[in-house]
Design a protein. Structure first.
Length: 361
């Protein structure tokens, strides 16, 4: 009989001291929990090449995090914060809005001081993707990517504390700002559009990439523009009632071919991060190499592409914790998280990583 899991099954107590506020000194100096079997083995991330085999295929998410966090004011003077989720055409964007009282449709926000002080305007066009949507559609007064690069801030997760006052980005120290702009981004980021980093890939540096190549491990890329919804905890006890956020993905022809070649030589597909998993398994389900995905992976899911997973440690009650539990097995993940907490691993985006194998059915 198949066990039906509910939200409370994915809750756990995490000491606040284990939530990483800054990255490791070097990317590949993070710890790596080899959780392919129990008891788990404590390693360092730069050991990864020795844990993979010649002929394996690593699949990275090459999305680039944009400076999606923007501050401004309503015409009444009230503070407003936007977090851009995606850029549409005609200078339009889709964004989260943090504001005390929502402006009316057609209302104009003065962002980064407004046009009179070197900033720009954002006009509210309505909710997105429909009238019941949780996100908002705005039209910027100039090209959105250019404006975000000029005036935006890195969209750090809510559990990384950088501002004494959330409404005042000036409290971000220059040292923190420089560190986050460099380290909350993968070394192979290529396609701008993410509101959050594919964090498992943050551990890779050129030394590890060179060692993987020397080991005979192949690499390929997909793109999934990670949305801020990735940090939203599930709120419905019945998982079937959860509405998953939507993210855009693309799998180039070269990667489709690389996966076929990997299968032909008997290699394993190693996904770097849950975003790569979601991309590859969305393709397997839909047959579409490009589009939007709302795939929600929970225990019982039949993985068709991914054999091995490199991932960070995830938030309680999160869809990502459900995904890794589906991949490696619920009891197995429970044991690994207990080990990680007992051995003081660092959690979440700037934290440590683990290596998982797909449970045999």
């Amino acid at each position: 009989m198949t066990h039906t899991y509910c939200l409370s099954d994915f809750d756990f107590e995490l000491p606040e001291s284990l939530i990483a506020q800054h990255p490791a000194t070097e990317r590949s100096a993070s710890r790596l929990l080899d959780g392919r079997s129990l008891p788990a083995q404590d390693r360092i991330f730069k050991d990864l090449p020795s844990l993979l085999k010649a002929g394996d295929l690593l699949v990275f998410n090459d999305t680039q995090v944009v400076k999606a966090r923007l501050f401004g004011e309503k015409t009444t003077g009230g503070k407003v914060e936007l977090l851009v989720e995606r850029v549409l055409t005609n200078h339009e964007v889709v964004a989260h809005m943090k504001v005390s009282k929502k402006p009316p449709v057609g209302g104009v926000l003065h962002m980064a001081g407004g046009p009179d002080h070197g900033g720009f305007t954002a006009t509210l066009l309505g909710r997105w993707p429909n009238e019941d949507g949780q996100l908002f559609r705005f039209q910027f007064s100039d090209e959105p990517h250019t404006l975000m690069q000029q005036h935006g801030h890195m969209p750090l997760p809510p559990y990384i504390e950088r501002h004494q006052n959330e409404a005042d980005p000036q409290h971000e120290t220059e040292a923190d700002k420089a560190e986050d702009e460099r380290r909350y981004q993968t070394v192979f980021a290529k396609h701008p559009g993410a509101a959050a980093a594919p964090t498992a890939a943050l551990h890779f540096d050129q030394g590890v990439l060179d060692a993987l190549k020397a080991q005979g491990v192949h690499t390929a890329s997909v793109t999934l523009h990670v949305g801020a919804g990735t940090f939203q905890p599930v709120k419905t006890e019945n998982l079937a009632e959860h509405r998953m956020h939507s993210e855009w993905y693309n799998i180039p022809h070269e990667t489709v071919q690389a996966i076929a070649d990997c299968r032909a030589r008997g290699g394993r597909v190693v996904a770097v991060g849950t975003t790569s998993v979601r991309t590859l398994e969305s393709w397997a389900q839909s047959g579409q190499t490009q589009g939007d995905t709302q795939i929600f992976i929970t225990p019982g899911f039949a993985f068709q592409v991914v054999d091995v997973l490199i991932t960070n440690f995830h938030l309680p009650k999160s869809t990502l914790l459900m995904l890794v539990s589906a991949f490696a097995g619920f009891e197995h993940m429970h044991a690994l998280y207990r080990h990680a907490i007992d051995h003081q691993y660092r959690f979440f985006s700037y934290g440590d990583a683990m290596l998982l194998e797909k449970k045999s059915v």
